[in-house]
Design a protein around this ligand. Structure first.
Ligand SMILES: [Zn+2]
Length: 361
């Protein structure tokens, strides 16, 4: 009864849920032998004009379907692509007229058959739950949009799974990022050291932002200077300097700095607006968590050029992920410490490689 509409798989139950939405019901089990009245009423009910499935279906769709906003001619391009896609044309027909019990042919249609209960049609587009089904010919375009800011594989995948669907999407995206020229060009070779973790701050900015911070973790230079220490005393915050022999102990900040630097470089290289890169980054789930920096700090997603979707994500929603963070920290530590040194890659003859010149940059 309390299940969210988009999580109900069966269309018939979904429609029932919609028609019951206006009521506030309390359901109690009553064994058949005691339900004298209900039995009478079920036989003696008032005849009503039967609503057709179509109208109900409309209600379902208005409430259910993502408010997808297309730019330019993309919507008609999508519709045209669906009509020209052999598989999707079939899917569309099956969603309208009902699916066969079994699909004997191989290929994508089998994937769609498995998720048939969650497929919906809306104005010539096909949806899988809240996700837009992408015709094959549009996959490349969608990938380009998703990977606009050259975020890593995990972040791009998480974002894509919220908005789009096509069979094999995850592996397509993974492979495309692996061969993305900009990403390869600026990928950082990481030299791994043992991970030392900081205590997790209890509130946002407790440890990072200077304005309301109480503890400020910083590099020795320039924060170890007398001037800075005096400043800290005046403003009543504590400075923890990372050890000169172990600079990586300020790893989290340096990681963030690394990401920022990478974004600046990539934005410059592609002559794009850095703010767009930052915006997309703030909206992408933090590694190992369900939530993005925006979600954690501001309790909602930020509107970007690519998340033309569900207005629900802009509604503030407080999230608590302390447990998840702990699990993630333990997991990180465990695996980080196990491995050491960068991965060796085998090259084949005549393969194109980038060489990093430390002294020329
Ligand atoms: Zn890239």
């Amino acid at each position: 009864m309390n299940k969210e509409l988009n999580k109900i798989l069966n269309n018939r139950i979904k429609r029932m849920r919609v028609s019951l939405m206006t009521y506030n019901l309390k359901v109690e089990y009553c064994p058949g032998k005691y339900s004298y009245v209900a039995d009478l009423l079920s036989r003696n009910y008032k005849q009503k004009i039967k609503k057709t499935d179509d109208t109900l279906k409309d209600i379902v769709h208005i409430m259910e379907v993502v408010n997808l906003k297309f730019k330019n001619n993309k919507e008609s391009e999508f519709k045209k692509a669906i009509l020209e896609d052999i598989t999707l044309k079939l899917v569309e027909q099956y969603v309208r007229e009902g699916w066969p019990k079994q699909i004997n042919s191989v290929g994508d249609i089998r994937h769609y058959h498995k998720i048939r209960n969650e497929l919906m049609l809306e104005k010539g587009l096909i949806y899988y739950g809240c996700r837009l089904v992408v015709p094959r010919v549009m996959c490349k375009y969608i990938f380009k949009k998703l990977h606009e800011s050259h975020l890593g594989i995990n972040k791009t995948l998480k974002k894509s799974k919220l908005i789009f669907f096509w069979p094999g999407m995850a592996s397509d995206i993974t492979n495309a990022i692996r061969i993305c020229e900009t990403c390869i060009k600026f990928s950082i070779k990481k030299i791994k050291e043992q991970l030392k973790q900081h205590e997790r701050p209890s509130v946002p900015f407790h440890k990072v932002g200077l304005d309301i911070a109480e503890i400020f973790v910083a590099d020795n230079n320039p924060c170890g200077s007398q001037e800075y220490i005096t400043f800290a005393t005046q403003w009543r915050f504590e400075v923890i300097l990372s050890s000169p022999y172990y600079a990586k102990s300020n790893g989290l900040a340096e990681k963030a700095e690394g990401i920022a630097k990478e974004m600046i470089t990539k934005a410059r290289y592609e002559k794009k607006d850095l703010n767009l890169f930052l915006l997309n980054y703030r909206n992408s789930p933090v590694a190992g968590l369900e939530y993005s920096p925006a979600q954690l700090l501001m309790a909602r997603e930020l509107k970007t050029l690519t998340n033309f979707l569900n207005p629900n994500i802009f509604k503030p929603k407080l999230v608590n992920c302390v447990g998840e963070m702990q699990t993630q920290e333990n997991y990180q530590k465990h695996f980080y410490d196990k491995t050491a040194g960068p991965e060796e890659k085998q090259f084949t003859e005549s393969e194109k490689v980038y060489i990093y010149d430390k002294f020329k940059k």
